[in-house]
Design a binder for this molecule. Structure first.
Ligand SMILES: [Zn+2]
Length: 349
């Protein structure tokens, strides 16, 4: 079968090639790939900056934002042939740490977790893949191809759960949220913010293209410029850019008693004038919280499935701005300014 593979930490090694059929030891559920979403992590792996091959191998099958159709449900569980499914990405570490031991692998303490398509387990960019029944999520059939948005939705579902958990430290009646960045994570964070009944504002540098319209179609407000220039102090900021200046502005913009949830991963940035003691002083005097959030556990996968099932299908469909064939995967890795989510499509839904 065909698969998109890469030799991690070696740029320029990604290719579509013939590989063996998936090993039954990888799981009793056999799935036909329909589509796999591409994100910044995939680009980093292909550029040789990130990623680990499975033990004893040199190449890794890429892809972690899956959607597939069950070919063989295997002996266990309630799956049926033809069900639309998505594979959970992370696996608990083998020690396990205290968090992984209770199924909260997203909170892994020792960093020895593994991840499909990223860290030591083959991903989902192959014509067929196998998975353990306990790591398969069935998706609402009416979502069709939109089920490929489940994985990024789990990331924002966890972030929102973190915000709610932190909010419980005191009286908490949030009204407004600012989402920084109108990429897939930012737009899905805005969607969930609306579902939670908040007044949603989204900030991005794009002045045209699909992002402003998508934000307005949600009933949210679109801003360009700086987080400190939006005219009010948001109760919550969900930071989805990882850009130093945007993070610094978010810390200044958030209301007293507010929460800044960081979901973006970046490096460097224009923060030379921001000293740690100054940030701390502001946080102390204003009771603000900054919380980082990554990945998702099974609870978030269930909740994300519910959030997607409730969402407007035509709005979700506008997030999928491009589909590429496996042989054109290199094109899928190059994002244009108007792209939101690009998918590699292996089969029709
Ligand atoms: Zn762990």
């Amino acid at each position: 079968m065909k698969a998109i593979t890469v030799e991690p930490k070696k740029p320029g090694t990604a290719r579509l090639e013939d590989v063996a059929e998936p090993d039954p030891r990888e799981g009793s559920v056999l799935v036909e790939a329909i589509a796999v979403g591409v994100c910044g992590t995939d680009v980093e792996i292909v550029e040789g900056k990130y990623g680990w091959a499975p033990g004893g191998k040199t190449r890794l099958v890429l892809g972690h934002e899956s959607l597939g159709r069950v070919l063989d449900p295997g002996p266990a569980g309630s799956l049926k042939e033809g069900d639309l499914v998505v594979g959970i990405v992370r696996r608990p570490d083998s020690v396990p740490c205290s968090s992984c031991a209770v199924g909260e692998w997203d909170m892994c303490r020792n960093g020895q977790y593994t991840e499909r398509g990223i860290k030591q387990i083959d991903g989902f960019m192959s014509e067929r893949w196998r998975i353990e029944p306990e790591y398969v999520m069935k998706v609402d059939k009416s979502l069709g191809l939109l089920g490929v948005l489940l994985e990024p939705t789990t990331v924002v579902t966890k972030a929102w759960e973190q915000v709610a958990a932190v909010g419980q430290r005191a009286f908490w009646d949030p009204r407004t949220v600012l989402v920084t960045g109108a990429g897939p994570i930012g737009l899905l964070a805005a969607l969930v913010g609306k579902q939670r009944g908040l007044e949603v504002h989204v900030l991005d540098r794009a002045e045209s293209g699909p992002k402003p319209d998508l934000v307005r179609a949600l009933g949210a407000t679109y801003h360009t410029g700086s987080a400190t220039g939006i005219g009010f102090e948001p109760d919550i900021v969900v930071e989805c850019t990882g850009v130093g200046q945007v993070i610094a502005d978010s810390l200044r913009a958030v209301a007293a008693g507010g929460i800044v949830c960081l979901t973006g991963v970046g490096a460097g940035g224009a923060t030379a004038k921001l000293s740690a003691a100054d940030i701390a002083a502001e946080m102390v005097l204003r009771n603000t919280v900054v919380v980082g959030s990554v990945n998702a556990n099974k609870r978030h996968w269930y909740k994300a499935g519910e959030a997607l099932a409730r969402a407007d299908r035509s709005w979700l469909a506008r997030l999928l701005t491009r589909r590429e064939r496996p042989e054109d995967f290199v094109r899928a890795l190059h994002r244009t300014p108007d792209d939101i989510k690009v998918v590699v499509q292996f089969a029709e839904v």
